[in-house]
Design a protein around this ligand. Structure first.
Ligand code: GLA
Length: 379
């Protein structure tokens, strides 16, 4: 099955935008191997918008000759030789969001080209397409059928920003993940154009994940957009002055609770140790990648404190206590709120510490915008 667990990897957009080039992609692949990201489970290296040079007289897309001088097949070979997977980007309309040629009415040709190059993943955007649900189902269905017809296993990422409730039809249209929101921002709160990481409490974005847990599972995931972790305000494309280390931790932990695709957005060639620690927390990643494939959800909210849970395989639970307040808070998760009854062994998977056993509750003293995440195992 394609995307039996949420895809993990890296995408060029958040950090490099229109400046993406083959050198950056190769160095990113090398950094995946040398920096422990591959070992932590990250596999896909996705070249987002602006790789296209044009469409030739033969009808085929070709890459920008200055920035991808050796072509895309050579780049894919480089990535594959390191045991990693290669992703590309196109758009269901006539042009990409960046105004490059896109795949509308070239679905079969482009799918064949991508497969010939060795693509393992296609992110498919929605700019300039006729913006109706019928057209979305039609266009995404058409591209996924064209990808399937190539015989190559290509993960299909639908990116219509949640406009037409893709969680209701994305799997039928052959999607393995579908964006549920507009573009993420690199800040805790909303910033103009982009949503903040956790967005204003009453706002959209992060809050848009509510209720969508019924529509995620092995092979088809809700996608609340790529990780802003580690951008530190240095993005060439997305807005925001950065988050604090605690906020990035919370952002990552919640994406894991949400069984979200984990697509890194920062420059992994220059990972500081704090960012590396967040991105390679294997116990949090294990929550994200749990084989049961259930998306976590909020079970209660008390002022600024929230209680979240994620059912795991084997009768275990992921549980998170989240403090959205600007001051410290003590948060509690009672078994009755979590609708569980047994005695559990409690492991803090954020801090990698055992917390004993309980048959009633977990509590945590949380930093502003902090979060504690636990794995509960029947004792
Ligand atoms: C849209 C998508 C982004 C990115 C850009 C590229 O905004 O939502 O993730 O792919 O287009 O132009």
């Amino acid at each position: 099955m394609r995307a039996a667990t949420p895809p993990m990897g890296w995408n060029s957009w958040n950090m490099f935008g229109a400046t993406v080039n083959a050198e950056v992609i190769k160095q990113t692949a090398d950094a995946f191997v040398a920096g422990g990201l591959k070992d932590a489970g990250y596999r896909y290296i996705v070249v987002d918008d602006f790789w296209q040079g044009g469409r030739g007289e033969d009808g085929k897309l070709f890459p920008d000759p200055q920035r991808f001088p050796e072509g895309m097949k050579a780049l894919a070979d480089y990535i594959h030789a390191r045991g990693l997977l290669f992703g590309l980007y196109s758009d269901a309309g006539p042009q990409t969001c960046g105004g490059r040629p896109a795949s509308q009415d070239f679905e079969e040709t482009d799918a064949r080209t991508f497969a010939e190059w060795g693509a393992d993943y296609l992110k498919y955007d929605w700019c300039y397409a006729e913006d109706t649900r019928a057209n979305a189902e039609h266009r995404y269905g058409k591209m996924s059928a064209a990808l399937r017809a190539t015989g190559r296993e290509i993960v299909f990422s639908i990116c219509e920003w949640g406009q037409h409730s893709p969680w209701l039809w994305g799997a039928k249209a052959g999607g393995n993940l579908w964006r549920t929101t507009g573009d993420i921002g690199d800040s805790w709160r909303d910033v103009p154009v982009s949503w903040g990481v956790l967005y204003g409490i009453e706002s959209i974005g992060f809050e848009q994940q509510r209720g969508l847990e019924a529509h995620a599972g092995p092979g088809g995931w809700n996608d609340p957009d790529m990780l802003a972790v580690g951008l530190n305000g240095g993005s060439q494309t997305i807005a925001g002055a950065g988050c604090t280390p605690i906020e990035y931790r919370t952002h990552f932990a919640l994406w894991c609770l949400l069984a979200a695709p984990l697509m890194i957005g920062c420059d992994v060639r220059r990972l500081d140790s704090g960012t590396r620690e967040i991105l390679t927390n294997l116990e949090l990643i294990a929550l994200d990648q749990d084989p049961l494939g259930r998306q976590g959800y909020r079970v209660s909210r008390n002022g600024f404190c929230e209680l979240w849970k994620k059912p795991l395989a084997g009768g275990e639970w992921g549980v998170a206590l989240l403090n959205r307040d600007n001051k410290r808070q003590t948060a509690r998760g009672h078994w009755s709120d979590l609708e569980i009854t047994s005695r559990y062994r409690i492991r803090d998977v954020g801090l990698l510490q055992d917390r004993g056993e309980s048959s009633s509750e977990v509590t945590a003293d949380l930093d502003p915008h902090g979060c504690a995440v636990y794995r509960l195992t029947p004792a």
